[in-house]
Design a protein around this ligand. Structure first.
Ligand code: ZN
Length: 195
């Protein structure tokens, strides 16, 4: 389990990235860390892309309905408009943001802010997704979380799309995606559950 370094001895903030496939518990882990910060009386603000409206416009909600209020934004530069006195910034669904997110996250660090970012590391083709690879490069701390492959029970790293849409971004849940390990992901459509 990730344990936070103390703020007081730090000369700047830092970046934590929580990445993994769909259904791996990224948002739950983000919420867990943000709630711990709040319990410690640290001021927290959460951003998420306006693109992600699967559950709720304002809340960061995980699959198990844990929720925190968030500020929906369209461009990564809008994280710089963080409210005064904020010590911890959470960012969910980072893969949907533009490529400048790492730059702006680092600017927040130099203001002394701890930045915790959750996002998909790979898209449905198994390719690195949006700004997440660059965030991994500049982060102080990286946590890769895994789902479980429903076909073989091994750790799942990939998000397999069950439908035939071929855009990079297709919002959906268990009706459209399932987590798979590398081997089952590579088998594609051959692997299907009987109806
Ligand atoms: Zn598998």
């Amino acid at each position: 389990m990730f344990l936070e370094p103390g703020f007081k001895s730090q000369r700047s903030g830092w970046i934590e990235v929580i990445c993994g496939s769909m259904f791996s518990g990224k948002t739950e882990e983000l919420i867990r860390r943000l709630k711990r910060a709040r319990f410690a009386s640290q001021k927290v603000q959460i951003f998420k892309p306006t693109e992600d409206t699967r559950y709720d416009e304002r809340q960061v909600v995980s699959h198990d309905d844990n929720a925190l209020m968030s500020t929906p934004i369209m461009f990564s530069s809008q994280i710089l408009e963080v409210q005064g006195g904020i010590e911890v910034v959470g960012i969910d669904e980072a893969q949907f943001f533009d490529r400048d997110l790492p730059k702006h996250a680092q600017t927040l660090c130099m203001r002394g802010i701890r930045v915790i970012i959750a996002g998909l590391d790979m898209d449905y083709k198994g390719q690195p997704f949006g700004p997440v690879p660059d965030l991994l490069a500049v982060a102080e701390y990286i946590t890769k979380v895994h789902a479980i492959c429903p076909h073989c029970g091994n750790l799942a790293t990939h998000s397999y799309r069950l439908t035939h849409d071929d855009e990079t971004i297709v919002l959906g849940e268990k009706d459209k995606y399932e987590p798979r390990c590398r081997a089952c992901f590579s088998m594609g459509q051959i692997l299907k559950f009987p109806d």
